[in-house]
Ligand binder design. Structure first.
Ligand code: C5P
Length: 218
């Protein structure tokens, strides 16, 4: 049978959300972007003037806001923040608030609730290792840091942000280091995950590999 839960984990800029969106569209899954939740919490804190190193205050914000994921849009207390949370800065804020175990617990509860009774594809850092250990298909998507920086740069340019390759590469390497080294639910290859290295591969090629995995047809 087709998996009811598919998880896609991996480092920043590996193409997890793009792949997840394609899987959702092609195979009828609901896409849950867990990074978007951390980004929104970080953004909400900064908007409220909350110091991101103040764990208690950050947790209060996480518990008091409403975040909705609606067909690719992200709503914070009903307001569309889809674009605001995609800046490189918001990525940094996200990985800061993502260090706090209780903030992670808030996000995990939201995701588990959204997934109930549905076919979902979830992308993140700990989707297969921590949020949905029961997922029937776990993918670990990676690529060289140079390739990931190049792709991220193109994506940011398309969205109208103006950054240099060096800045993006530095941001990606720094964020990976933080995500891999945090004590609670760090980025790692989940047990039973299939590792896909997308360096030099097109989205179409990766999607074909994943399709075989979904159809369980080696
Ligand atoms: O995937 P995205 O770049 O949107 O994630 C932003 C940050 O949120 C990551 O660098 C990571 O620190 C955090 N995150 C996480 N666990 C997840 C998803 C994202 O810690 N499942």
């Amino acid at each position: 049978p087709e998996p009811t839960i598919i998880t896609i984990d991996g480092p920043a800029g590996a193409g997890k959300s793009t792949l997840a969106k394609e899987i959702a569209k092609k195979f009828g899954y609901l896409h849950l972007d867990s990074g978007a939740l951390y980004r929104t919490i970080g953004y909400a804190c900064v908007q409220r003037g909350v110091d991101l190193s103040d764990e208690k205050k950050v947790l209060n914000v996480a518990r008091s806001i409403s975040v909705e994921l609606q067909n690719g849009k992200v709503l914070l207390n009903g307001e569309d923040v889809t674009r605001q949370i995609r800046t490189p800065e918001a990525g940094k804020w996200a990985s800061q608030v993502a260090q706090y175990p209780e903030v992670r617990e808030v996000v995990v509860q939201i995701l588990r609730k959204l997934a109930r009774g549905k076919k979902v594809v979830v992308d993140g850092r700990d989707a297969g290792s921590y949020i949905f250990p029961e997922a029937q298909l776990k993918i670990y998507l990676t690529a060289s840091s140079q390739e990931r920086a190049k792709r991220r740069l193109e994506e940011l340019k398309r969205k109208g942000f103006n950054l240099s390759y060096e800045e993006v590469l530095k941001e990606i390497v720094e964020r990976d280091r933080k995500d891999e080294n945090r004590p609670f639910a760090p980025l790692k290859v989940p047990e039973g995950a299939v590792i896909i290295d997308s360096t030099g591969k097109t989205l179409e090629e990766v999607l074909q590999e994943v399709e075989k995995l979904i159809k369980n047809d080696p």
